[in-house]
Each structure stands twice: as C-alpha cells, then as structure tokens.
Design a protein around this ligand. Structure first.
Ligand SMILES: C[S@@+](CC[C@H](N)C(=O)[O-])C[C@H]1O[C@@H](n2cnc3c(N)ncnc32)[C@H](O)[C@@H]1O
Length: 247
C-alpha cells in the first residue's frame, strides 16, 4: 500500500483475545470464533431462507445480497462455504454488496482469518484481493473466482444511501443487517437506511438481523417490511426476519 492509502482510516483492533478481535472504536467483537459460524448460518443465511431460494432459482439467475458492516468478511465467506456448489452448478450470478466505515487493515484481515479457521476454498483469493484493494477510494470491488462479485462501500453508510437507492432500485434480494446493536450504534440504524431498503427491494426481498430492538422493528415496518420475531441463535432468545410487503 502507498502513503496515500495509509492515510485512510482503518479499524483499530484490540487483539488481546486473538480469537475474538474487538473493535476499539465500537468496543465490541466482530465475530465470535466459537459459534460464529453457526450464528451466521442461523441468523443471516437461514433467516433469509437462502438455501431454498437459491435452490429454486432458474440457472444463470442473478441474486443480490446487501450487508451493513463488512468487518472481517466472515458472513460472506460462510455464505460461499455453504452455497458454493449450488452457485457453481446452477451458474448463479451472486453479487455481495457491503458497507464499511472502518475497513480492517489487510494485515488485520489476514490475522483474523488465521484464527477463524474458515473452510471456504476462496479464502486465499479473498485475502489477496482484499489486500490489493485501494482503500483511498469510496468503494472497492473484486471478484471471487466464479462465485461472487463483491463491492464494499467505504466510509459512513449514510454517505452512500442516496446513490445506492438509485443504482440498486428494486434489485436487492436479501439484507444481512449486521453492524453492532442499535443501542450502541444508532447512527447506522436510521430511517434513511430503512427507506433505502424499501426503494432497493426486489419483489422477493427479505431481511434478517439479530436485533429485536423496537425502534428498528417499527422503522422497518414503517418503511414497508413485515417483521416477525423468531428464535435467535444459541443463548439469544429472539431475532428478526422480514419481508417486503407487496405494494
Ligand atoms: C459486527 S461488525 C460486522 C461483522 C461482519 N459482518 C463480519 O462478518 O465480520 C459491524 C461492522 O459495522 C461497521 N459499521 C459500524 N457503523 C457503521 C456505519 N455507520 N457505516 C458503515 N459501517 C459501519 C463496523 O466498522 C464493523 O466493521
């Protein structure tokens, strides 16, 4: 990376527990090394019913997933680990869009995945392409083999929503609402995000999140989503799933 890139603000990470890197900015962990994979599968993949939906798509179909908070990219890697055979056998065109205010420095990204034991065969390619990205730009884009196009919007999510609404109008099929809890990070969970989700929702758009915050549920419902509480992962009693209401 050149000096210009170094000026970009990367995440500041507390590595005192190497298995659970913690954001010093948000004072919260990115991903739990014990049970994190199960949590991603339960909350985001099953929460959006992805296995069944991807399985039912006609060969060669496109499918767009959007995520709030790219962090270590673990949700993406687990998604690819779970569905790579399906994506390849059906020739699906998967696009993964994510927002990240404080991207991990490539050295931290590498370190995180040394400890996480991700089984995805695209991990080396992911780490290489991430490290070669230009973090001084507003977004970074790379392709992971024949599996997915990845675009990460850098900077505060609020600075991207207006353009995102226009570019991805009626095209997002599923949302992973990550991004720390709304009580600790209310700046991410805004009505503007919820209305962008409505504008960009494809007719089959779903969402999933670990939070059951009343503010979030009311905001999403006001934007046009039907929201349901369902059992959460592990010790988490509840989480939310949602569907865009047909208009
Ligand atoms: C729980 S972590 C995401 C974990 C991630 N999905 C993974 O698989 O590792 C939340 C992420 O949201 C990012 N974030 C928080 N507030 C943000 C904002 N306003 N705009 C964009 N990203 C934000 C944080 O920097 C952090 O990386």
């Amino acid at each position: 990376m050149n000096n210009e890139t170094e000026k970009y603000r990367f995440a500041s990470i507390d590595w005192s527990d190497p298995l659970n890197p913690r954001s010093k900015i948000f004072n919260d962990i990115y991903f739990s090394s014990s049970g994190g994979e199960g949590e991603t599968i339960h909350t985001f993949l099953n929460g959006n019913n992805l296995g069944e939906r991807l399985g039912e798509l006609p060969p060669g179909s496109s499918f767009l997933i959007a995520e709030t908070g790219f962090g270590t990219g673990s949700n993406l890697l687990i998604l690819l680990e779970e569905y790579s055979s399906l994506i390849r056998s059906k020739g699906l065109k998967l696009t993964y869009l994510s927002f990240e205010k404080y991207p991990l420095h490539p050295d931290d990204m590498s370190k995180a995945h040394t400890n996480f034991a991700c089984r995805s065969d695209v991990l080396p390619e992911f780490l290489e392409k991430y490290a070669c990205s230009d973090f001084s730009r507003r977004e970074i884009v790379f392709y992971l083999s024949d599996l997915a196009a990845v675009k990460i919007f850098l900077g505060d999510i609020s600075s991207h929503l207006a353009d995102f609404s226009v570019i991805f109008k009626k095209s997002i099929n599923a949302w992973f609402l990550d991004g720390y809890s709304p009580s600790c990070n209310p700046d991410l969970w805004t009505d503007e995000l919820f209305s962008t989700m409505k504008t960009t929702a494809a007719p089959d758009c779903t969402l999933a999140t670990y939070t059951v915050s009343g503010t979030v549920r009311r905001g999403l419902a006001a934007a046009g989503f039907e929201i349901k509480k369902v059992p959460g992962f592990g010790r988490k009693k509840e989480m939310c799933r949602g569907w865009i209401k047909s208009s």
